[in-house]
Design a protein around this ligand. Structure first.
Ligand SMILES: [Zn+2]
Length: 236
């Protein structure tokens, strides 16, 4: 999971969503009525999906697991708990069916004062709550929010762990290539390599590598001084 910047919607879609929300409030909509309204809004859903895909780094990836393609518009706060937020743009995220339908479903744990215990990657920096062990691909938590997020989204499911574990040496190899291309004056090819690196699945692995740069012994954790230098150079 990586930080994502939420963009503004165009005026037309904003108005449509506001009207839809007003309609739900006027009839004091229950969750089932809100779900029915959501199913009956294919145009709005398509437009929301387009807006979310633009926001998603690494080409339309799920905003929770960063692996599979994001196909669903997920309600971060489920319709079951908050029907009036069905058409609230701030409550929409792009998710894959594994994270949305199999893992999260209607789960929405809150703390003792009612604040959500799940990380919203458009609000929180996931790495304030989580740390990724690069050598194994497993997530560990720093906070109770991190712990609940790992559990609810099943972020340590075997396919994701293995995918991250494999993404790490792939990132290392691409960074070494990037450094070599830069060093031999092939700036355009180096840039292509950097773009390819940034659009890979498991963007959280590369993100974790950047976060590791400043810790003592970073070169050992990252797989050598070359990789560390390439990461530094790619930020300039
Ligand atoms: Zn996912």
């Amino acid at each position: 999971m990586i930080r994502i910047r939420r963009t503004n919607l165009d005026a037309d879609l904003t108005l449509k969503l506001l009207n839809r929300t007003e309609q739900l409030k006027m009839v004091d909509a229950s969750p089932s009525i809100a779900r029915q309204a959501w199913r009956g809004a294919p145009v709005e859903k398509d437009q929301l999906r387009v807006a979310l895909r633009r926001m998603s780094r690494s080409i339309e990836r799920c905003m929770y697991c960063s692996d599979s393609r994001g196909t669903d518009v997920d309600h971060f706060e489920p319709i079951k708990l908050s029907p009036f937020r069905t058409f609230d743009w701030m409550n929409h995220l792009l998710a894959c069916s594994s994270c949305n339908s199999n893992a999260k479903r209607d789960l929405y744990p809150v703390d003792s004062v009612g604040a959500p215990l799940l990380i919203d990657p458009t609000v929180d920096d996931p790495f304030d709550h989580l740390r990724l062990i690069l050598s194994t691909g497993a997530y560990r938590w720093n906070t109770s929010k991190g712990q609940a997020t790992i559990e609810v989204f099943q972020l340590n499911r075997a396919d994701l762990r293995r995918g991250r574990e494999l993404a790490f040496p792939r990132c290392q190899a691409m960074l070494r290539d990037y450094l070599r291309l830069q060093g031999s004056g092939k700036g355009r090819d180096a840039l292509k390599m950097l773009n390819a690196l940034q659009e890979q699945p498991f963007a959280d692995v590369l993100h974790a590598m950047y976060r590791t740069m400043t810790i003592p012994g970073a070169d050992i954790v990252l797989g050598g001084l070359e990789v560390l230098e390439a990461l530094r150079m790619s930020q300039r």
